[in-house]
Design a binder for this molecule. Structure first.
Ligand SMILES: *[C@@H]1O[C@H](CO)[C@@H](O)[C@H](O)[C@H]1NC(C)=O
Ligand SMILES: *[C@@H]1O[C@H](CO)[C@@H](O)[C@H](O)[C@H]1NC(C)=O
Length: 218
């Protein structure tokens, strides 16, 4: 009887221990796994280059000192330093971008399906924000100055706007070697082929003319 009680007690303890959420960064099983982009092996990420062929350049990227070209309709430019540019980032769960903003430039509402982002303002001021998931859709926003840091939680729609009269720049760290970007306006109104205007008119509660007009902007 006493043994049965003890067993029950231990089971309860185990159940309690397992009910809490456990999450962590992916743990490496080796020092590095530099992406071998020529490999035909299909894995989640890239196959590893032979360690004896690994060189310093595999962990190197030069160019974040240069401002991106913001002469575009949004007035912003993203320069990425992820596994596409730095093969040594494969399996590391981290990457970086530089973002430049012309005066009134916008990095439009978008989400990174695979990464939380930590953004630091290098120059200028930015109005930034993200929106929480359904049903609340709470806007969490703030005006940032040089040196300020803001976090955009993984998967949430977020933006940065340079409301000032000078250009601005930021550096951001992202918790994925390949964060991915889904820009809300482009995916919804600029998909190929287009999403039917019946669908968009109903989703946005506007008439089809309004949908066609927005689609024409992409
Ligand atoms: C910046 O982009 C614009 C538009 O694409 C282009 O006309 C211009 O030459 C670019 N400027 C530089 C310095 O590359
Ligand atoms: C969402 O809104 C409801 C109702 O106002 C509130 O009870 C709940 O705490 C909110 N959730 C979050 C995550 O803010």
């Amino acid at each position: 009887m006493a043994i049965r009680r003890l067993f029950l007690f231990i089971s309860m303890l185990l159940a309690m221990a397992c009910s809490c959420a456990i999450a962590s960064d992916p743990s490496l099983l080796q020092d590095f796994c530099v992406a071998d982009k020529t490999s035909q092996v299909r894995v989640n990420g890239f196959a590893c280059k032979d360690a004896k062929d690994v060189v310093a350049e595999d962990f190197f990227f030069s160019g974040l000192h240069k401002a991106g070209n913001t002469s575009n309709r949004q007035g912003s430019a993203v320069t990425a330093a992820n596994v596409a540019q730095i093969p040594g980032l494969n399996t590391m769960g981290i990457s970086m971008v530089r973002i430049d903003y012309a005066p009134k430039g916008l990095n439009p509402p978008h989400t990174h399906p695979r990464a939380t982002e930590m953004l630091a303002v290098l120059e200028g001021s930015l109005y930034v924000g993200f929106v929480t998931s359904n049903p609340n859709n709470t806007l969490v926003s703030k005006v940032l100055s040089k040196g300020d840091v803001f976090v955009f939680p993984k998967g949430l729609v977020h933006f940065q706007y340079n409301y000032g009269t000078d250009s601005a720049a930021a550096l951001a760290a992202l918790s994925s070697q390949n964060p991915g970007v889904i820009t809300v306006a482009n995916t919804v109104f600029g998909s190929d082929p287009l999403i039917s205007d019946d669908v968009l008119a109903k989703a946005f509660q506007v008439d089809q003319k309004a949908v066609n007009w927005i689609q024409a902007q992409f």
